[in-house]
Design a protein around this ligand. Structure first.
Ligand code: ZN
Length: 269
């Protein structure tokens, strides 16, 4: 993975000359303009303007658009679909932006005493104006694991997957669990098999709506495949020469699959 050129910060540099980039959202959709599509300028009426940081010399901001119309010459594009239009670097900043906006929108009032909250100076936090309770953007850790048995990969699909798409197994970390415990539990619960040789691959922020995906590989140990038929509609062992459709190209699932398939091919020589 390349290091990011984006440096997060809370306040813009005083001497910034470059024209800012604006990530304007409404209902989870990003405002783009023109052909080819690019980030739109800041509309006249927005609320909740947040500075995100610098993309090299360019200050980046996010804001929520509170109206039902679409500014002239612009279009609303779902965050996932925006990847193909704005590229990976801006997509990652857009993912950060959407999570900060969603956190800001959903924490206007204190969860303890119900009074209004305000942005806390010097931190990406909101604090209660009455009791001082603080809230930060929520991040939900989730694990993903691609289980291997020789030349075969364990892939499954959920009921909401696009037709024909299978992926690695995934699930949220529960309170009190280590990542390793989550991986073993989810594999057992979702498909009824046991695994070993757990190896960390890498992680990815996944802003749908606020996950941090931590990906692993593992080897099959024992057990019959028995999909739970609730979270998992179908699970199978696929030979690497006969794989189903993969998930969204920018996802860590896609990278994990590419990595393991390349590894197996290399072993085969
Ligand atoms: Zn409070």
């Amino acid at each position: 993975m390349l290091p990011s050129r984006f440096e997060p910060a809370l306040t813009p540099p005083a001497d910034s000359q470059a024209a800012p980039l604006y990530f304007v959202f409404r209902n989870g959709e990003l405002l783009l303009q023109g052909e080819p599509a690019q980030l739109a300028p800041l509309p006249a009426q927005t609320d909740g303007l947040h500075y995100l940081g610098q993309l090299e010399d360019t200050p980046c901001y996010t804001a929520h658009y509170p109206h039902d119309d679409t500014p002239e010459g612009c279009q609303w594009v779902g965050l996932r679909a925006s990847h193909a239009l704005i590229g990976n670097e801006l997509f990652q900043i857009a993912g950060r932006a959407s999570q900060i906006l969603e956190w800001d929108r959903s924490h206007r009032f204190c969860g303890v005493c119900g009074n209004p909250t305000r942005i806390k100076p010097g931190e990406r936090a909101r604090e209660c104006t009455a009791c001082g309770h603080q809230v930060w953007p929520r991040i939900s850790p989730a694990m993903m694991v691609l289980v291997r048995r020789g030349k075969q990969l364990l892939m499954a699909r959920g009921p909401h997957f696009p037709p024909g798409v299978y992926s690695a197994l995934a699930g949220f970390v529960e309170a009190g669990e280590s990542l390793e415990q989550t991986v073993h539990r989810e594999v057992r619960e979702e498909v009824g098999v046991r695994i070993h040789n757990l190896r960390y691959f890498h992680s990815q922020s996944w802003p749908f709506p606020h996950s941090l995906m931590l990906a692993f590989t593992a080897d099959y140990l024992e057990g019959e495949l028995t999909p739970d038929l609730y979270e998992i509609e179908d699970a199978r062992w696929f030979d690497i020469d006969d794989l189903p459709n993969w998930p969204f190209k920018a996802s860590i699932a896609h990278q994990l699959l590419s990595h393991v398939v390349a590894q197996i091919r290399q072993e085969e020589g």
